[in-house]
Design a protein around this ligand. Structure first.
Ligand code: SAM
Ligand code: SF4
Length: 494
């Protein structure tokens, strides 16, 4: 039996179809985008108001926003997008690091350096021991608390390997100034799995399961993903998040690889995905990613797709997503240049930093970033310390909070909290506590100085937002926890 046939469980697709159709209605997307042309400013402003009340937008509403081109209206959209982010998540930005575990891949995606036909790529899968070495650097030297572990799709790196490497990451405890460096949340970006396999990775302590549809445009999808590969099956991928939710994984993440097809169509595809998840499970995506395609080793297609997203379009694109799915976290990555990240960070909730995407690249400082060991090239190679300093100087507090997951604020429960703006309060308090930890354990003197000033500002802001948003009890607990963290206690959260 060929590999694809051993992986894909047709019944796990069919059960979600409606009259044989999936939730991507190409014709409806094209129609909505067409009828949203030349939007009336009054209608645009009404839609912004709806998004500001943290309601998911309809296809027509989103199509209207995606057609805005008048500079003044665009500025209003950017401002509303930043307000939505602040309302739901306050001014915190969660940071994480990618950990690439294996570049073995049986698929042949035209844009990816890991594709099976790329003979130049140096293949390698990390052993559990090698994963631990990587994590010793990430958690012990840099100070990360969250990882996204990334895997190609290959018979040798299925759910058992993923679970084993996740457990290896969690097992690392490195003594640092106070307490220990450790990973408190492992998310994964991996190929779609069956319900049974999802259960295995959930049992290994999975935080969020992330997979990108790449393109929601079927024809383009078929061109870029050969039919005889697992990834060639559009619907197996389309329902990856549904199966994960069925397996009990509450936090699932969606994304598209921008630059493969028309960006407006892809935003509408992501929105259709969020609608389908909300309809089926009452829970939309935990985060949405909007990566742009980057050059990759021996991969000419990646630099001439014919649908490249310009810098000019990137911000309205992110803004459309932010406003259409207002409760979702949004992730920007080191694929983007620092200047572009600064532009979109007001609407984003997460970013990576000090990222290395070669296999084994954190512990092998010399050879790890060879182009033949990477999936694509990164544009922001700054250290976590530099990134945190920049964020702090822009008024954003870096959060290492992993509490949502561990305190049961996941799934259905967190959706209600996010929509009502109540989660933002916890985000702020936990950001203060985890930022204090990081500043004391890992910061350079200059970053610590700027960080201390920011924390003082944050504490006084909490005080001024009492008793409306923060209760006396929260204030007392915050002060108690803060004192304890500052004197070396670790991992206290709301
Ligand atoms: N192999 C799994 C899959 O394809 O879902 C998961 C890991 S894959 C390494 C992670 C993501 O990298 C892909 O979903 C794709 O969106 C992104 N990617 C692939 N090639 C890229 C490129 N040239 N530039 C930017 N992102 C790329
Ligand atoms: Fe393999 Fe994922 Fe790259 Fe496609 S995108 S070649 S599945 S690693």
């Amino acid at each position: 039996m060929d590999y694809a046939a051993t992986v894909i469980k047709q019944a796990e697709i069919d059960k979600y179809l409606s009259g044989g159709a999936d939730f991507i209605d190409d014709a409806a997307i094209v129609r909505a985008l067409e009828s949203g042309k030349n939007p009336d400013p009054k209608r645009v402003r009404d839609i912004l108001a709806k998004s500001l009340s943290i309601e998911t937008l309809s296809m027509d509403e989103t199509a209207t926003l995606l057609n805005v081109s008048v500079p003044e209206l665009l500025r209003e959209m950017f401002s509303a997008a930043a307000q939505v982010k602040r309302k739901v998540y306050d001014n915190r930005v969660v940071t994480f690091a990618p950990l690439y575990c294996s570049n073995l891949c049986a698929n042949n995606c035209a844009y990816c350096g890991f594709r099976s036909s790329n003979t130049v790529e140096k293949r390698r899968m990390l052993s559990a021991g090698e994963v631990k070495k990587e994590v010793e650097i990430l958690a012990g030297k840099i100070g990360h608390k969250r990882l996204i572990m990334v895997y190609g799709e290959h018979p040798s790196t299925g759910a058992d390997y993923i679970a084993e490497t996740m457990q290896a990451a969690y097992s690392v405890k490195v003594p640092v100034k106070s307490g220990r460096g450790e990973i408190r949340r492992v998310n994964i970006n991996a190929a779609p799995m069956s319900v049974a396999d999802y259960k295995k990775v959930k049992a290994a302590g999975l935080g969020t399961f992330q997979v990108f549809q790449e393109t929601y445009h079927r024809e383009t999808y078929a061109k870029l993903h050969p039919a005889n590969t697992v990834k060639g099956n559009f619907r197996w991928r389309l329902y990856a998040q549904h199966r994960a939710q069925e397996a009990g994984i509450d936090d699932v993440a969606i994304g598209a690889l921008f630059g493969l097809y028309d960006w407006r169509f892809e935003v509408m595809g992501l929105l259709s995905h969020a609608h389908a998840m909300e309809k089926q499970f009452g829970i939309g995506p935990h985060t949405v990613s909007f990566p742009r395609i980057e050059p990759a080793c021996n991969t000419p297609f990646a630099t001439r797709t014919g649908h490249e997203v310009s810098d000019e379009d990137f911000k309205p694109l992110g803004c459309g997503l932010r406003l259409a799915i207002p409760y979702a976290g949004m992730i920007v990555t080191c694929r983007e240049r620092p200047a572009m990240i600064r532009e979109v960070i007001p609407m984003c909730t997460q970013r990576d930093a000090s990222s290395r995407i070669g296999i084994g690249a954190y512990s092998d400082r010399d050879g790890g970033q060879e182009t033949e060991r990477q999936q694509f090239m990164l544009s922001d190679s700054r250290s976590l310390d530099e990134v945190i300093r920049e964020l702090a100087s822009m008024g954003y507090i870096t959060s290492f909070c992993t509490a949502g997951y561990r305190c049961g604020r996941t799934g259905d429960h967190i959706m209600k909290m996010l929509r009502s703006g109540r989660e933002g309060r916890f985000c702020k308090l936990n950001a203060i506590l985890t930022f204090r930890e990081w500043l004391d354990d890992f910061a350079s003197p200059e970053t610590k100085r700027i960080g201390d000033e920011l924390i003082a500002k944050e504490l006084s802001e909490v005080k001024t937002r009492m008793p409306g948003e923060f209760t006396d009890e929260m204030w007392t607990t915050l002060n108690d926890y803060y004192r304890r963290v500052a004197s070396g206690e670790r991992d206290l959260c709301f």
